[in-house]
Design a protein around this ligand. Structure first.
Ligand code: NAP
Length: 485
């Protein structure tokens, strides 16, 4: 069994950011455990056709690590290249182990150490456990009668079947969210028929995506100040949207009237037009960006079906209105278990408390990062750290600063473990949930993956990310119970 100072779970943006910051702090005894066969996280895993990010390249990358981005909005391949570039530049490969899924982590109060176990039955003892496992990686499948009897190909959008030949096939897509609207336009030209089973329409806005001109790339490369100004401009442009999302959702209603007009212009068929216009306030579900979605769904070979699914048979989907749709493949573009953070790892803290049990009632933490009863555990992209209006990288860098500050404090002061005080966590969550009231995410009249079964929102940060950065700027030890050696 190896003993580490830090075990990091996951090698996406969060894990890589923490690893870079550990190395910068001279803490080299750490390991990154990655369940996939390559490092990179989300943008290595999600390879469906058309996969791309809806946040601009320069903002969806580390503030401290510029890159020669080819487009205004990055596509999957370039994002994967970027993360791999960071991994290589900071020499993180020797610290990482792929094909290694963390199955459990148990805290030993006497030793002040976590015992981390993997699927390969390897074990690590570590003082700090930092999870960078992401919130959107555990695929959510619908529960539809007969799914298991289907004899064609069926797969989730995040586990794309690249071997399947779509040419002239009849394909069903269940779901019409962020991923679906990106791959539907790519599939449409190849397939015979594409049946899109839509439960709820989305607000979809144009995407100002284009290749950067050569002179722009040269400017960013040769004059870092321009990149900085451009990045800041993107950040503040997005940050200002919080006013609408949090304080004045009526502004979103005004904007949505313009979007609705555009949809009516692009989609002429009255029935389809009606199906495409949401009846909830824009922003309640994530606003999607695409230029090629409406042009794709108006094509002859694409049918949007809103009747609801009754059951699946060995070669068909039956709707609730009795229609039978015969298909060769079903793609589940049904999202992720976003409110079930870390549920695939059995995490046991003080007094044998299991994180999954503690979170059965309410998924909550302190600053989206630490949880009472789970000492020396830091959760990147934890509860209520998601953002519906800007780049997650800003949140990740804020959290990384906080985690590093905490780790340095503990090491410097010879502390065995830190455990956030229950009352601090409670107060923080009361603050978060009180801020959530009145936001478009809570009052926009929709059901979204941002909410749990009870309609409570454990996923989003309900305000300005500037505030989140301010709160996580410094590790305040007075919020924690400290156990000294
Ligand atoms: P999603 O946006 O949550 O879409 C899931 C779709 O599946 C929705 O249309 C949903 O309908 C439908 N659905 C879910 N359960 C269903 C059921 N039981 N029966 C029928 N339909 C069902 O999921 P996603 O496309 O995988 O994207 C998830 C998140 O990943 C995004 O919101 C985003 O944060 C991230 N993402 C980001 C990008 C990017 O550009 N940065 C790209 C892709 C994904 P309802 O709306 O009715 O629930």
């Amino acid at each position: 069994m190896e003993t580490k100072d830090v075990v990091i779970v996951g090698s996406g943006y969060s894990g890589v950011c923490i690893a870079i910051k550990l190395k910068e702090a001279g803490i080299n005894n750490f390991i990154i455990l990655e369940k996939e066969d390559e490092l990179g996280g989300t943008w290595y895993i999600n390879t469906y056709p058309g996969a791309a990010c809806d946040v601009q390249s320069h903002l969806y990358s580390f503030s401290f690590e510029p890159y020669d981005w080819s487009r205004t909005f990055p596509q999957q391949k370039e994002l994967d290249d970027y993360i791999k570039y960071c991994i290589s530049k900071y020499k993180l490969e020797p610290h990482a182990k792929v094909n290694t899924t963390v199955t459990s982590a148990v805290f030993n109060e006497q030793e002040g150490l976590w015992l981390v176990t993997t699927n390969n039955n390897e074990q690590y003892k570590t003082k700090f456990l930092v999870t960078g496992a992401g919130a959107l990686n555990d695929p959510a499948y619908p529960e539809i009668k007969g799914m298991e009897t289907f004899e064609g190909a069926q797969f989730h959008s995040s586990i794309w079947n690249h071997k399947f030949n779509f040419k002239d096939k009849n394909i069903a897509v269940i779901g019409s969210g962020a991923s679906a609207i990106q791959f539907i336009p790519e599939l449409e030209p190849q397939v015979k028929n594409l049946f899109v089973f839509q439960r709820t329409p989305n607000w979809i806005m144009p995407k100002a995506d284009r290749p950067f001109k050569d002179w722009e790339r040269k400017l960013f490369l040769n004059y870092p100040i321009f990149r900085k100004i451009y990045r800041e401009g993107l950040y503040w442009g997005k940050e200002l949207r919080v006013v609408a999302f949090v304080q004045s959702p009526f502004l979103l209603k005004i904007i949505s009237r313009g979007v609705e007009k555009d949809v009516r212009k692009l989609v002429k068929d009255p029935e389809l037009q009606k199906a495409m216009i949401p009846n909830y306030t824009m922003g309640c579900k994530r606003i999607l960006l695409a230029n090629n979605y409406y042009p794709a769904i108006i094509k002859e070979n694409v049918k949007v079906i809103t009747d609801g699914i009754e059951r699946i048979s060995k070669n068909s989907i039956f709707t609730k209105t009795g229609k039978e749709v015969s298909v060769d493949a079903i793609i589940y573009a049904t999202g992720f278990k976003a409110t079930k953070i870390l549920s695939t790892i059995h995490i046991v803290g003080n007094e044998g408390k299991v994180l999954n049990d503690v979170w059965k009632e309410n998924v909550e933490s302190y600053l989206g990062t630490t949880v009472a009863g789970f000492p020396n555990l830091f959760i990147m992209v934890g509860p209520n750290t998601g953002v519906g209006h800007t780049s997650m990288i800003h949140i990740i860098e804020s959290q990384a600063k906080y985690v590093m500050d905490g780790i340095k404090y503990i090491l410097k002061n010879n502390i065995k473990s830190i455990d956030v005080k229950k009352e601090e966590q409670k107060e923080f969550n009361e603050y978060v949930q009180s801020k959530m009231k009145g936001t478009v995410w809570q009052s926009g009249g929709c059901v979204s993956w941002y909410q749990d079964d009870k309609g409570r929102n454990p996923t989003l940060w309900p305000g300005f990310t500037v505030k989140f950065r301010r709160l996580t700027r410094k590790f305040d030890a007075s919020k924690y119970k400290l156990v000294t050696k």
